[in-house]
Design a protein around this ligand. Structure first.
Ligand SMILES: C[S@@+](CC[C@H](N)C(=O)[O-])C[C@H]1O[C@@H](n2cnc3c(N)ncnc32)[C@H](O)[C@@H]1O
Length: 384
């Protein structure tokens, strides 16, 4: 059994993109599974295939193989090898072990929090392989929880469920991140519990010191904790009550609670009110959610990103620092910097780019698959 694609689908796989959408699939089996993909008689790739999903073909191997499951497990092995030196050096840390397409394992995410794993499967063809995947992960983890409650599973026709796969899965884990520690709720936190893709950027921010800092879209006070090592007062703003409860606990856990104040608010309203009140800050972090979840959202999202950045720039003192991110891959890197340039011009502020960052090493980018490069992170000093 094989999947046949048209010329456009073939061009994508020959160009080493991993995806072929339904409109470019000519024929294939009725059931989801691992199948070879052909253009006429020409073999193109082995792929996860789901005829129910618009994202019908997701390639994981571009050479023929007699054992596609073994090929997937080889990809898993390669992903683990990349991370193992870090896990050994930092066993209490939080890392992404498997980053789906970025690791040639479409539909599979595995994170570890101080050795406790969380797995998410969002491809129907992978679902039956979960026991094999768990077995391969077992030597590297104390426990493993399947957090299969992502809405994306609905699109693949998969049930939503959260269940332990092995070991004793704690409800709550404390993770070490550089000089701070933070708690993670494995069963209910956003994503698999934390935003691991920003770890290196959070650590980068520890170099700054001053009086007043602001962490907007703060989640668990994640940047705020690092900032509180060097600032006398840090305000952490988020719209989620749950997230801020954890932020307060994290502040206490590190003895930083006298310096961190949490505030539940809509970031847009908050920034506007701060401007009206004439307040100012020495440093602001902006880490908004993906405003553009699909391409059609881009225009509106661009305006929203520009608005928060413009407002933050108005609150910063000269000599102050803006650290700003976007995790929407639709807002490409050139568009991100264009948006920031427009915000700076409109705010009448001159920005010196101190640092250009992105997602951590454990969220690999495949050059041929632009969707894998999603996180932009830039740090500026306001010089005029
Ligand atoms: C990308 S996450 C932030 C991650 C965090 N900086 C970290 O490093 O862990 C975005 C956060 O924005 C919050 N959020 C979403 N919309 C918001 C809004 N309009 N105002 C304030 N917070 C919002 C979410 O609750 C979420 O915690």
């Amino acid at each position: 059994m094989r999947v046949l694609v048209n010329e456009r689908g073939a061009a994508r796989l020959l160009g080493r993109h991993l995806w072929v959408f339904r409109r470019d699939v000519l024929s294939g089996p009725e059931e989801a599974g691992l199948f070879p993909v052909y253009w006429g008689k020409r073999f193109l790739a082995w792929a996860l295939y789901n005829p129910q999903s618009d994202l019908t073909v997701r390639a994981f191997r571009f050479r023929p193989t007699a054992d596609p499951v073994e090929a997937l497990l080889e990809n898993l092995d390669r992903a683990l090898k990349k991370r193992l030196p870090h896990l050994e050096a930092d066993p209490e840390g939080g890392y992404r072990l498997v980053h789906a397409e970025g690791d040639l394992l479409p539909g599979l995410v595995v994170d570890t929090y101080a050795g406790h794993g969380v797995v998410q499967v969002t491809a129907r063809a992978l679902e039956p392989l979960l026991p094999r995947i768990a077995q391969a992960l077992r030597p590297h983890l104390k426990s493993l929880l399947a957090r299969n409650d992502a809405r994306l599973r609905g699109l693949e026709g998969l049930p939503l469920e959260v269940r332990p796969l092995f070991g004793r899965v704690p409800e709550h884990v404390v993770v070490q991140e550089g000089r701070v520690r933070y708690g993670v709720d494995l069963y209910a936190g956003q994503k698999t519990g934390a935003f691991l893709d920003q770890r290196e950027n959070r650590l980068y921010m520890e170099r700054f010191t001053g009086e007043r800092a602001l962490d907007v879209f703060s989640y668990h006070g994640s940047f705020a904790l690092h900032l509180a090592l060097g600032f006398k007062e840090v305000v952490a703003v988020d719209s989620s009550e749950e997230a801020l409860k954890q932020a307060q606990e994290n502040a206490r856990l590190n003895g930083l609670h006298p310096r961190i104040r949490t505030l539940r608010a809509n970031a847009f309203d908050f920034l506007r009110e701060e401007e009206k009140a004439g307040n100012s800050y020495d440093l602001i972090v902006l880490d908004p959610p993906a405003f553009a979840k699909k391409k059609g959202d881009l225009e509106r999202a661009y305006r929203a990103y520009k608005e928060v950045n413009l407002r933050a720039l108005k609150l910063l003192k000269t000599g102050g620092i803006l650290a700003t991110a976007s995790c929407s891959h639709h807002l490409t890197e050139p568009l991100f910097y264009q948006m920031l340039q427009e915000a700076a011009q409109d705010a009448h502020r001159l920005l010196d780019l101190l640092h250009r960052g992105g997602q951590g090493f454990d969220h690999p980018v495949l050059l041929n698959v632009p969707e894998t490069q999603y996180l932009k992170f830039a740090v500026f000093e306001i010089v005029g």
